[in-house]
Design a binder for this molecule. Structure first.
Ligand code: GLN
Length: 487
């Protein structure tokens, strides 16, 4: 059994450890190790212990536990938590305490999941390294001179460093899958609409999705099953449409068609490609059939993503005006100056860059040339995937063309970091589910991630395919996830 969640529940129900003891041990580890990792930006020890006590009472009275009950976990700091500061790791939201819960947190809280704290992220989820955070970036437990990835870098760092059993991140262009890949763990970006976005602080609403970061595929399925419920508070919500994914993890993949689009492999690093080829061999040995095809429109993905995501961000972030939320500039002559100063002082450089880019592509005279063209290409990409899924059940690709990059890589060249999103953004453009699973290590011991992409609402298919791969290779590929990284 690879599921950390199930192992913990077994220990709790057999009385091996109480939930309070378990929570205390996580809190203690956080006290020492978070100084090294900077994964948590806001620990919630008191709430965690209160919840743990409730769980212990339930265990003592012999009540059956819900699937995520008593499990120590974390939430990315763009998921609204009533009464708990939620900053998106931006100065402009410092001091902002939501008056309502995100639906996913309502669900987890109702299950008595033990929230250990809110975790670090790129400011407003814009970035691939976690370094645009106003708290400084989260570090990679495998190598402290490397980034944990982004934007959900804090969740990945905490889960990899054994400071949480699982976490929820958000993925707009790769922010769950990329940090999971950099940290050698599992990250699932669900189908657009499968998980409610209510209470997720918006970056680019037509791309954003919440999903789990875990140490096994089974755990990703368990968490996905719990949070993929229809929610009337999100007009794009549909919820899970099929049977629980965790119940279909042991299906044989004999005859399953795994698609390889050559465009995903262009320009990726040699060792990453080698790991992909090895993974393909594993699938062949499990009886899957590999199908090769071209998807020429994939080459437009990055441009489409950065035009549309920035356009949506420029509109979504218009609400931070110094009046309604968080930070307000101290000295100003009138309202206009207050708004201008608040935004100038409150937003970091990357956020400003994207607001400017987004405003530009939406402005009169440029709308047709950029925004409209990008929307049309989005349609073409959706079609390209629809066609791909007539030929295969799952598309296999690298998650990132490289492994975790050194700190301050972003500062050197923003465009270069945008390029690292090349393999993750197509899934968001087309609204598809995608999972990243560990599939090897580079020469310096840094994890490499493989991505499996499914058709809309086919989470169960990619989770099963990922689980079969995990079962065949866990000892080698999931080394880090299995043991937890020694800090
Ligand atoms: N790295 C991408 C970006 O900077 C994706 C971020 C995300 O998924 N939130 O936009």
């Amino acid at each position: 059994m690879y599921s950390k969640i199930k192992k913990i529940q077994e220990q709790l129900t057999s009385g091996q450890i109480s939930c309070v003891e378990l929570t205390q041990s996580y809190l203690k580890a956080m006290e020492s190790d978070n100084k090294k990792l900077n994964a948590y930006v806001n620990p919630t020890a008191e709430l965690a212990l209160e919840t743990a006590k409730r769980v212990d009472r339930k265990i003592t009275s012999g009540e059956q536990l819900l699937p995520l009950e008593g499990i120590p976990m974390t939430l990315k700091d763009n998921i609204s938590t009533k009464g708990i500061e939620t900053t998106c790791c931006s100065k402009i939201l410092k001091g902002y305490v939501p008056i309502y819960n995100a639906t996913v947190w309502d669900i987890l809280q109702n299950q008595n999941a033990v929230l250990l704290g809110k975790t670090n992220m790129d400011e407003f989820a814009m970035g691939s390294s976690c370094e645009t955070s106003c708290f400084g970036g989260a570090l990679n437990p495998h190598d402290f001179s490397r980034v944990a990835g982004g934007s959900s870098g804090g969740v990945a760092s905490a889960v990899c460093g054994n400071l949480a059993a699982f976490g929820l991140g958000s993925d707009t262009g790769g922010s769950i899958r990329q940090p999971a890949s950099f940290c050698g763990i599992v990250g699932l970006k669900p189908t657009y609409g499968a998980v409610s976005r209510y209470g997720l602080i918006a970056y680019a609403s037509s791309f954003d999705q919440i999903g789990p970061i875990t140490t096994s595929v089974e755990d990703a399925a368990l968490v996905y099953d719990a949070i993929s419920l229809y929610d009337e508070k999100d007009s794009t919500s549909r919820g899970r449409v099929s049977a629980p994914a965790s119940e279909s993890l042991n299906k044989s993949i004999k005859g399953m068609k795994i698609g390889i689009a050559k465009e995903y492999f262009e320009g990726i690093r040699g060792d990453v490609n080698e790991a992909m080829q090895n993974a393909i061999k594993v699938y062949e040995s499990l009886g899957a059939e590999i199908v090769y095809f071209d998807m020429p429109s994939l080459k437009y993905s990055l441009s489409v993503y950065y035009i549309l995501a920035c356009a949506e961000a420029s509109s979504n972030l218009g609400r931070y005006d110094g009046i309604r939320y968080g930070y307000q500039a101290e000295h100003y002559a009138d309202r206009d100056e207050m708004v201008c100063k608040t935004r100038s002082e409150g937003f970091g450089d990357e956020v400003k860059r994207r607001i400017l880019l987004g405003t530009y592509v939406l402005s009169a005279g440029y709308y047709d040339a950029y925004y409209k063209k990008a929307q049309n290409l989005r349609g073409a990409l959706v079609k390209a995937f629809q066609e791909a899924f007539t030929k295969c059940d799952v598309v296999l690709a690298p998650t990132v063309p490289m492994t975790a990059f050194p700190l301050n890589f972003t500062a050197q060249d923003a465009v270069e970091t945008y390029l690292t999103d090349i393999c993750t953004v197509p899934v968001n453009i087309a609204g598809l589910p995608g999972i990243s699973v560990p599939c090897g290590f580079d020469a310096s011991g840094l994890p490499i991630g493989m991505q499996l992409i499914g058709d809309r609402f086919c989470e169960a298919t990619i989770l099963n395919a990922a689980h079969q791969y995990e079962a065949a290779t866990r000892e080698t590929t999931f080394r880090a996830a299995d043991m937890g990284v020694k800090l």
